[in-house]
Design a protein around this ligand. Structure first.
Ligand SMILES: C[S@@+](CC[C@H](N)C(=O)[O-])C[C@H]1O[C@@H](n2cnc3c(N)ncnc32)[C@H](O)[C@@H]1O
Length: 222
């Protein structure tokens, strides 16, 4: 799967060089191409923002730099263009699964007061938010999106673990335990040591239901 990211701060994406996503990149299971919008500034000081028409606080990212950066992306006819925005649809597992079916995502990251509306209207297919709060830029939201979507790509993580995870079947996941058998006087639930797969499955289903009721009763209602 290919991700093209339009950003003013490509260095922030170094965080995706570690762990599971870092390995997926190394193995070319996913491809993350970072496009620095500043490289497309026509200004001699590489300015990419300006004051808002109508007055008010902050700076707005200029439409021409963003558009030229977008136009530099090759083979984008079938790509879906997403603008990370607090005004977008809130990201959830269903949306993640839907986006994982795409082959090419172009992700636009805003900064400062945001981006001139004209270029958003021209190039963006969908706005996505990572929650009802405002961050300084779209880079962290873009990383959240890439990480959550990339996990669904073949070979990135074990398919089985996705099936059982929180939200996969409308519930939260059951609690997990590992060695040692006794930690600070607390034993691992006996059933998990029994080797009886049916009983383990039953316990896990019941625990998933109990925990969902406790932490997210809204999910069980659904
Ligand atoms: C400070 S925000 C701009 C907020 C904008 N002035 C508003 O009130 O809607 C700067 C950039 O951060 C990103 N951003 C901030 N919060 C976000 C969120 N919750 N989800 C996704 N992107 C977000 C967007 O790309 C946005 O253009």
């Amino acid at each position: 799967m290919n991700f093209d990211v339009l950003t003013l701060f490509p260095e922030m994406f170094d965080a995706l060089n570690s762990s599971i996503i870092g390995r997926a990149k190394e193995k070319n299971l996913i491809n993350i191409n970072l496009i620095n919008i500043r490289d497309f500034s026509k200004d001699k000081h590489k300015k990419v923002d300006d004051t808002p028409y109508g007055g008010g606080a902050g700076m707005v990212m200029k439409p021409d730099c963003v558009y030229d950066a977008f136009c530099s992306i090759e083979n984008k006819d079938n790509a879906k263009v997403i603008y990370m925005s607090p005004q977008g649809k809130k990201l959830d597992q269903k949306k993640v699964e839907e986006l994982a079916n795409e082959e090419h995502l172009i992700i636009l990251c805003g900064h400062y007061e945001g981006i001139d509306q004209r270029v958003i209207d021209k190039i963006v297919d969908e706005e996505i938010s990572i929650g009802d709060y405002v961050l300084t830029g779209g880079e962290i939201p873009a990383m959240v999106l890439i990480d959550s979507v990339a996990r669904y790509n073949d070979g990135v993580i074990d398919r089985e673990s996705i099936k059982e995870e929180s939200f996969a079947n409308g519930m939260l996941e059951y609690p997990q335990y590992t060695r040692p058998e006794v930690f600070e006087g607390v034993r691992v639930p006996e059933v998990l040591l029994s080797g009886h797969h049916e009983n383990i499955e039953k316990w896990r289903r019941e625990e998933a239901f109990r925990i969902t009721n406790l932490k997210r009763p809204d999910l069980n209602k659904k």
